[in-house]
Design a protein around this ligand. Structure first.
Ligand code: DGJ
Length: 344
């Protein structure tokens, strides 16, 4: 403590930092240090390798070789309001992330007008065509278009080029999620307001949505799926805009269903600890398999400061539970996630 006081005094003198400046710098250093140790802090500001807050909201992750790629909505301040941006970060350990840039920078592709929407980008890698195919929710300001857009790249880190937009299988589609099964098959999860929650298989080249595996008559956003020890777990949130609500899950032996009734993933009163699901990420290691809940803690009035709530789930035998958030270490080689003693 004495050393910190001395250092702060030195910084105040030499660089004319105020006390608040010193505190901010120390807290960023502390977090970068904690991340080096392989610790994830759910809901805390999460700096990338350069110390900038990670901007990958409503995102999804794919693993290519040894690297993970995290794509999401870029919402930093000062962006050109004529464009929508999708960011990409890479990591070998899911804790330390390198910003690879905004891999899609798109101007209004369908004459949607002011405040048009690009949300929840998800990227699939197609082994046959060797293309990276990005899906996203494309909409006008009133969310009436309800389509998916597709952009394609030859590399994981872009640039992606816009190709087209459409309504999957002719249905309205707002929030989308991605699911890649253990056999490599790729599925789009999409929210269809009149009908429910679709799990639909992509075409061989991933440029289209080919057929419904299930249409669950439940209205759920932020849809995500994981295949764990012989069961499929589907998760999603209620339709409450940017506000949190109790997220729920159902299980099935096959993607075609039948699906169980939906149950809470956490005590309903905590509203998913202020988060909304975006993905369930399975990490299969040499010792164990961990399933991470990835959620967004939205801040609608300061979206650039929206946070990520990642937590290892308690999952198995048809049950899924999101424990109270606390820091955890993650080892992608062994698959182990270890909760830390300090509760956040
Ligand atoms: C909830 C969705 O999950 C978000 O992606 C976003 O579309 C908001 N609604 C907009 O209110």
């Amino acid at each position: 403590m004495i050393k910190i006081e001395k250092l702060a005094g030195y910084m105040r003198e030499k660089y004319r930092f105020g006390w608040m400046g010193c505190i901010c710098i120390f807290s960023v250093c502390f977090q970068v240090q904690a991340q080096k140790a392989g610790i994830i802090h759910p809901g805390a500001a999460w700096p990338d390798q350069k110390g900038n807050p990670i901007q990958a909201h409503g995102g999804g992750i794919i693993k290519i070789g040894k690297n993970y790629y995290w794509y999401g909505e870029e919402r930093r301040q000062g962006l050109d309001s004529n464009y929508r941006y999708v960011s990409c970060y890479s990591s070998a350990d899911l804790v330390n992330w390198k910003f690879e840039g905004d891999v899609l920078q798109l101007s209004d592709p369908e004459n949607l007008g002011r405040h048009w929407v690009l949300e929840r980008p998800k990227v699939f890698y197609n082994r046959q065509t060797k293309k990276y195919v990005m899906y996203f929710h494309l909409d006008d300001a009133r969310y009436k278009l309800a389509r998916v857009g597709i952009a394609v790249s030859n590399t994981a880190t872009g640039n992606f080029k816009y190709v087209k937009s459409f309504r999957p299988l002719g249905h309205e589609s707002r929030d989308i999620g991605q699911f890649i099964d253990d056999d490599g098959a790729a599925y789009l999860v999409f929210e269809d307001r009149p009908n429910g929650f679709h799990i639909a298989k992509l075409s061989a080249d991933y440029m289209d949505v080919e057929r419904d595996m299930s249409l669950i008559p439940q209205h759920m956003e932020g849809g995500a799926i994981v295949h764990y020890k012989g069961l499929y777990y589907a998760i999603g949130s209620a339709l409450t805009g940017w506000n949190p609500n109790p997220n729920k899950y159902a299980i099935a032996k096959k993607l075609e269903g039948p699906w169980s009734p939906f149950e809470d993933i956490a005590p309903p009163a905590v509203k998913t600890y202020g988060a909304q699901s975006t993905m369930l990420l399975k990490i299969t290691g040499s010792k164990t398999t961990t399933v991470l809940f990835m959620g967004d803690q939205w801040k609608p009035k300061a979206q650039w400061d929206s946070r990520y709530l990642w937590m290892p789930l308690e999952i198995g035998n048809g049950k899924l539970w999101l424990p109270e958030p606390r820091s955890f270490s993650l080892n992608v080689k062994t698959g182990e996630a270890v909760l830390q003693k300090d509760r956040e």
